[in-house]
Design a protein around this ligand. Structure first.
Ligand SMILES: CCCC/C=C/CC(=O)SCCNC(=O)CCNC(=O)[C@H](O)C(C)(C)COP(=O)(O)OP(=O)(O)OC[C@H]1O[C@@H](n2cnc3c(N)ncnc32)[C@H](O)[C@@H]1OP(=O)(O)O
Length: 284
């Protein structure tokens, strides 16, 4: 195809597929790049973008909007200069109200199914630390660019909790079985360069602007690929993991609730929260 025809097609798709977004997001900034129609979704829940019910619900909504508008792609990033997201909001798990916890976990399942299984391509511009649920969101994306000198990984065992099977499958879709086992059993957080070495991220960046530039460049790979072929191929690779969770959704919620409410697990979370607070006090 001639370059001029390609850019004409791209302009046409810009006009017809321009996504419409709710302006009511409180914890997200959503913007569309005029050059390539890629949407950047920026997590904006200070101080650490911890994933509570509100933030998860908004991410779920924006993913639905992007799918409906046949978006050509999405970049996930953060408004913080040092945290991509600190993972699940520990306050949602500490002494949880069972009904609220069920809604929270359901929202997390929704986000995972929509992001991991999105028909449009996705990239994470990881401009800060990405522990636990933060690593999960990044791994759901198809491509990861990470700013140097931050940490990423599924560190659940360090908190005395167990990463659910769908977290594990997401890591297995990203790095080797061997590296997944070692990383999960030790709750390892990888520095950016270590993450690159095992393939947990695809590229390193010097800063957020560089990460966004590299993430945007990823989508150029699909300019000549029919979106339907792309989407079906992704579904062939990831669809069965999503079906497994769909079938076991209620059971997963119940199992997680009974695990999280165990006194030993609650004590572990309290200890971890105290460590986070002490860190701040000893730094002051
Ligand atoms: C069976 C159930 C399976 C459940 C699966 C769970 C997956 C998860 O995602 S569990 C969450 C795991 N997250 C973490 O381990 C990260 C903990 N946080 C950190 O390591 C650090 O905060 C940071 C490296 C992300 C950022 O460090 P920084 O120095 O910039 O900030 P802090 O001073 O540590 O934190 C500021 C503030 O935020 C609170 N906070 C931090 N993380 C969380 C969190 N995940 N949930 C709720 N709140 C969090 C921290 O306590 C501070 O609060 P105060 O300002 O009130 O002291």
């Amino acid at each position: 195809m001639m370059a001029s025809t390609r850019s004409l097609l791209r302009t046409k798709s810009l006009i017809s597929n321009l996504p419409r977004f709710s302006s009511n997001y409180k914890c997200l900034d959503v913007s569309v790049n005029n050059d390539n129609n890629i949407t950047t979704v920026t997590l904006k829940r200070p101080p650490v973008n911890s994933l509570n019910l509100d933030l998860l619900s908004e991410i779920s909504d924006v993913l639905t909007d992007l799918k409906k508008s046949k978006s050509p792609g999405m970049i996930l990033t953060s408004s913080s200069d040092k945290v991509f997201t600190a993972g699940l909001d520990i306050m949602e798990m500490h002494k949880p109200d069972p009904e609220r916890f069920k809604q929270f976990w359901y929202a997390l399942q929704d986000v995972w199914m929509k992001l991991y299984g999105s028909p449009f391509p996705t990239a994470a511009a990881i401009n800060g630390h990405a522990p636990a649920g933060g690593c999960l969101l990044a791994m759901c994306c198809e491509y990861r660019v990470m700013v140097q000198n931050f940490n990423i990984g599924l560190n659940e065992t360090q908190l005395g909790i167990v990463a659910p099977i769908w977290f594990i499958k997401t890591m297995l879709n990203t790095i080797s079985i061997r590296d997944t086992e070692l990383a999960l059993t030790t709750g390892r957080l990888f520095k950016t360069d270590e993450a690159l070495a095992v393939g947990l991220i695809d590229e390193m960046a010097t800063d957020k602007a560089d990460a966004l530039k590299k993430a945007n460049a990823f989508f150029e790979r699909f300019e000549m690929i029919p979106p339907i072929a792309r989407a079906y191929t992704k579904d062939s690779l990831r669809g069965s993991d999503i079906e497994d969770l769909k079938k076991n959704r209620e059971k997963d919620i119940q199992t997680t609730l009974s695990l999280i409410t165990q006194p030993k697990v609650q004590q572990g979370l309290e200890f971890y929260l105290a460590l986070l607070k002490n860190k701040k006090e000893s730094a002051a």
